[in-house]
Write a protein that binds this ligand. Structure first.
Ligand code: NDP
Length: 331
């Protein structure tokens, strides 16, 4: 069975030689276990943190061992009472063709409710991250002005639409013309900044939010956070979800240089990890279902075919290759 292992730890931007494809012998399953053939796997920015030495908020990947991450597969053999052959399951052993399990941390998903891969995206971890950040961390109020960075990505695209559904004014930033178009036409947000074509992000944000912003949903950090702090209204909130601009940095980022503004403006900055909020999953689904049904939430997937191309899909996250959720379809 094929798998992708960590060959070496990246210094700066990850490259192809940090990954290696190997094969693993499949041992027979024991009583209580089942065997899964993966069909989809997720690539996510947080995996960059796990490629480093030393644990971040998740343990580091080990050299010569397969990487891990969200995946959806089909049970092809079972000696378990809870998982049957033919079940589609959500697990955390991506980056490989097969895995066996006794069921811990594995959930069955319903392929009739939504395409199975959406349980890795809008209806899964990244969608829930958007929802938790806005509802539980920002405690978003209708009518607020919200700025979202990496706005066309897996998390950002859902943040934008959830905020629109709450009658907020939404300003997004993204790095490609087709992403800007999607955010305007499909997500229906109020203004979009192409940050790669803007010399002065702070000035651009001021232009689009002359009355200031109330909430900043941060996926990027760095210059985006600096612009947000500058434009933030008194008692505004920075939801610290991610800081992708610094994940590959070999020296600490220079921005935000204006962090002192959190004092005068009494800004609340709060980081969060979606995993801490799994008890709210039913509330998340109950909130999302009518919005999805009513067409208020739509999403895109950028699909890469073949396990062997998973490293390229992962590396593409740092080049902005993906619109919406980046997924790998495993043949
Ligand atoms: P995305 O689908 O948003 O993909 C990453 C995107 O980030 C790229 O497409 C690119 O879009 C943008 N980007 C990459 N490098 C830079 C840069 N240097 N400056 C600005 N933008 C950049 O990924 P996710 O939606 O999965 O994740 C978004 C953020 O949320 C990440 O920071 C991630 O770590 C975080 N996260 C946090 C979680 C939590 O529990 N706290 C859970 C899940 C995700 P563009 O073309 O616009 O540059």
């Amino acid at each position: 069975s094929k798998q992708i292992v960590l060959a070496s730890r990246p210094d700066g931007k990850p490259s192809a030689d940090n990954f290696k494809q190997t094969t693993a012998e499949l041992s027979p399953i024991n009583d209580g276990e089942f065997l899964v053939k993966n069909q989809w796997m997720s690539v996510d920015p947080y995996m960059r943190g796990r490629m480093k030495e030393g644990d971040s908020y998740v343990p580091a990947f080990k050299i010569d061992e397969p990487l891990e991450g969200g995946c959806i597969g089909k049970v092809i053999e079972s000696r378990s009472n809870d998982f049957s052959e033919g079940d589609y399951v959500l697990g955390n052993l991506g980056w490989r063709e097969h895995w066996k399990s006794s069921g811990e941390g594995v959930t069955v998903v319903d392929p009739n409710l939504a395409p199975i891969q959406s349980y890795l995206g809008a209806l899964g971890m990244t969608g829930m991250t958007a929802w938790v950040g806005l509802n539980k961390i920002a405690k978003l109020k209708a009518g607020s002005t919200v700025f979202v960075s990496a706005a066309s990505g897996a998390v950002g695209s859902i943040v934008c639409q959830l905020a629109k559904a709450k009658d907020c004014r939404v300003i997004g930033s993204a790095g490609k013309p087709e992403k800007i178009q999607w955010l305007k036409d499909k997500a229906g947000i109020d203004a979009v900044i192409n940050y790669k074509q803007t010399d002065d992000l702070t000035a651009a944000l001021h232009d689009h939010a002359p009355g200031g912003i109330d909430v900043y949903f941060d996926n990027v950090g760095s210059d985006h956070l600096e612009a947000a702090l500058d434009t933030m209204n008194d008692f505004g909130v920075c939801v610290e979800c991610g800081m992708i601009a610094s994940y590959n940095a070999t020296t600490p980022p220079a921005a935000p240089r204006n962090l002192f503004k959190v004092i005068g403006k009494r800004i609340r900055m709060q980081g969060f990890i979606v995993r801490d909020h799994m008890d709210d999953q039913n509330e998340f689904i109950a909130d999302m279902a009518p919005l999805v049904k009513g067409g208020k939430i739509v999403w895109e997937e950028t699909i890469t075919d073949g396990l062997e191309n998973a490293p390229a899909a992962f590396m593409g996250l740092f080049d902005g290759d993906n619109l919406g959720k980046s997924l790998v379809r495993i043949g």
